[in-house]
Structures are given as structure tokens and as C-alpha cells.
Design a binder for this molecule. Structure first.
Ligand code: COI
Length: 373
């Protein structure tokens, strides 16, 4: 695979000053490639960020034919940038592609595209405490065709965003979740385990209604009985009852979070009893009335580890104040991100090596360097 050209913008944007929030700023460059049946993936390039012309008949615009990922690059205490578990994200991206009948981006292309773009835009890293360079790869169906079938043309793009906390002020302060009993995020057999726009579109009205009640997000229940806990807003959810940590099992409707998996791995390595099993809202309420409900938290790439302070519904609420386990997990992960803890599992991928010049670069169309893997 050759990346050509690797262009640098001649009109760099001003970098944000002050708090960056989440997803409001974008770096100066994009990684792009196209796919069709004849050529497969081709045209890999890094170019200045620009708006994309797209035929209004493209499948992404009508039928939600899109998948995406979210990862972070972190600055280590040695000053180097590293990406957290990109191979796990590559695997999930491929699974999402298969579910939506899209071409898979092979792991080598995925890893090199994000590595090369982060390297190219490294000067956008937000140096404030808690900052990261958020990496957003996506595949869009671009064939202009109104019939409902898999698209024959796709675009692969990667963009970067300097970010801080997803829930401003809540990563230490605690989130309020509304128990959502009417809407569901996803049903078994549907798209819930794929990282696709539809799941996020389905969540908006419930989130808006929760916010109108003074809550931050919703706690999603299963689609059949509205009884089994599934996710917390855009995050996976963990509950500590007594000395046991429980998280719902991946059954098709829940996204297989990389942070979720990392927490399970850390908890097991610490000898904490962990259960991946169905957890009903009745069991949660019973644990609370026995005084055994210790804490609830959400996990995700964007939110990392967000403690939940309150779970509310029409005529009641449960408050949890402990943050013992979620704080321990957050610190452990942040130590791995920053290289303060040894990366014994090979979770961090370095980005700093220079891209090699291509031995056989294609004829330059707009100038710029090239690289190959
Ligand atoms: C993430 O945690 O990376 C997500 O995808 C959640 C949201 C920003 C869509």
C-alpha cells in the first residue's frame, strides 16, 4: 500500500487556545481512500482538510450506510505519541463493515492510515492535562443509487480532533442517568453491536428527554422486556455490588467497547470478582435497598471512565457515591496511556517513526511526499 501524496496544507488553521471540549476542533489534514469492485481500496493519500463533494443519491445520505471508529492518541511521559489498542479497533471496524455489507478496511491499511495521520498532525496534540488526539475513521457508501442494496463504491476517511473530557466536568463529578423504559438503543439481531450512525441517531430523543428532566444521559434497557440493563448513553456500563463487578454480556445489541474489554482485563488481573452476565433493574434496586450497591460507571473511548452519581426514573432515584473502582481503573488506564505503567499487554502503538519513501511512487498528481508499508 502506498500513501501518495502526503500533502501539507498551505493555509494552516489556528490551533485552539483554552479548553478544547470534545469534537469541536479538527486538525488540518485528512486521510482518504476509495473502494470499488475493480480496484479494491486505492488512492490512499493525506491531504489538507476540505469539505467533500458528494452525490445526493449516495447511500450514506439515504440509508445510513456508514460505520465509524473512535480511538485516542496519547502523549507519553517520554514525549512520544502512542495510540491505544488500534488493533482491537481495526477488528471491530471490520465487524461493523461486515454487518453493513461494506468492504472491510484491512488491518494493515487501518493501522498505517491512523499512524501516518497522527504523525502528520502531531502538532495539534492538546497538551493540557486529560487531553488526547481523538481519531475518527469512517467508511461511507458513496455510490449514487436509490435502490436498497449494498453500495458498490465507498470512501474511507480518517479525521483527527484534539479533545479533552467528553462530559465536561463530569469525569470526576459524576453523571446523572435517566432509566429509559420506552425507547431502546438497539435490539438483538439489529445493529447494536456495529459502530454505525443509526445507533446514535436512535439515542437522541431519549437523551433529549432525559436532559429535560435534569439528567445527563439515559440508562438503556433491553428491547424486549425493558428490564435488563444494556448501556449508559454512548458508553458500556459497569455496576459494583458488594465486592463483585458486573457488566452486561455482549449479546448482539451491545457495542463491544475496547475500554470495556480493557477494564475487564485489568479487573481480572487484580483478582476482582467480575461477572459478565445479564443484570436486571430489579436486581440493582434490591442491591441498593440492602445497602450493597457500591457504584455505577460508564466506559468508552471518548468518556474513558465516567462515574454515575444518580439513576433516576418517574418517581424515584438511586444515588451512589463510591468511585473507588472506577477511579482505580481510570488511574490504571491513564498510567498506561502516559507510559507511567509498563505496557505489558502491547496495548500502545507508537506513531513517531517516519513514513518510508515509496520505492515505486505513482506519478505525482499534486505533489507532496509518499509512503508505503
Ligand atoms: C467513543 O467513545 O469513541 C464514541 O464513539 C462515543 C461517541 C463520541 C460517539
Amino acid at each position: 500500500m502506498v500513501i501518495h501524496p502526503i500533502e501539507r496544507t498551505t493555509t494552516p488553521s489556528a490551533k485552539p487556545v483554552g479548553p478544547v471540549g470534545f469534537g469541536r476542533f479538527f486538525t488540518d489534514h485528512l486521510y482518504l481512500a476509495e473502494h470499488d469492485a475493480q480496484r479494491g481500496w486505492h488512492g490512499d493519500r493525506i491531504v489538507p482538510r476540505h469539505t467533500m463533494p458528494m452525490d445526493l443519491a449516495a447511500g450514506v445520505l439515504h440509508y445510513g450506510l456508514s460505520i465509524f471508529e473512535g480511538m485516542k492518541a496519547h502523549r507519553g511521559v517520554d514525549g512520544k505519541l502512542r495510540i491505544f489498542r488500534p488493533d482491537a479497533h481495526a477488528r471491530r471496524f471490520a465487524q461493523s463493515a461486515a454487518r453493513l455489507c461494506m468492504p472491510e478496511v484491512d488491518q494493515a491499511r487501518f493501522l498505517e492510515s491512523i499512524r501516518a495521520l497522527v504523525h502528520h498532525d502531531a502538532d495539534w496534540y492538546p497538551e493540557a492535562q486529560g487531553g488526547a488526539l481523538y481519531i475518527r475513521p469512517l467508511v461511507l457508501a458513496t455510490e449514487p443509487f436509490l435502490g436498497v442494496r449494498a453500495s458498490s463504491e465507498h470512501l474511507y476517511a480518517v479525521m483527527l480532533s484534539p479533545v479533552a473530557s467528553y462530559f465536561a466536568g463530569k469525569d470526576q463529578g459524576g453523571l446523572k442517568l435517566w432509566l429509559e423504559r420506552e425507547h431502546t438503543r438497539a435490539a438483538k439481531g439489529g445493529l447494536g453491536s456495529a459502530k454505525t450512525g443509526a445507533n446514535y441517531a436512535a439515542s437522541l430523543l431519549a437523551a433529549r428527554r432525559a436532559q429535560a428532566q435534569g439528567y445527563d444521559q439515559v440508562l438503556w434497557m433491553d428491547a424486549n422486556e425493558h428490564r435488563w440493563i444494556e448501556e449508559a448513553g454512548t458508553m458500556n456500563v459497569f455496576v459494583r455490588i458488594g465486592d463483585r463487578v458486573i457488566t452486561p454480556p455482549l449479546g448482539g445489541s451491545i457495542l463491544a467497547g475496547v475500554t470495556r474489554d480493557s477494564c475487564l482485563t485489568l479487573l481480572r488481573s487484580w483478582g476482582v470478582p467480575v461477572e459478565e452476565r445479564p443484570l436486571s433493574i430489579d436486581e440493582l434496586a434490591a442491591a441498593e435497598s440492602r445497602g450493597e450497591l457500591q457504584e455505577i460507571w460508564g466506559t468508552g473511548t471518548a468518556a474513558v471512565m465516567t462515574p454515575v452519581d444518580r439513576l433516576g426514573w418517574e418517581n424515584g432515584h438511586i444515588d451512589t457515591k463510591s468511585r473507588e473502582m472506577s477511579s482505580r481503573l481510570r488511574v490504571a488506564l491513564e498510567d498506561i496511556f502516559a507510559g507511567r505503567a509498563t505496557d505489558t499487554r502491547g496495548w500502545m502503538m507508537g506513531v513517531e517513526h517516519e513514513t518510508a519513501p515509496s520505492p515505486t511512487p505513482p506519478a505525482p498528481s499534486r505533489g507532496g511526499a509518499s509512503a508505503s508499508i
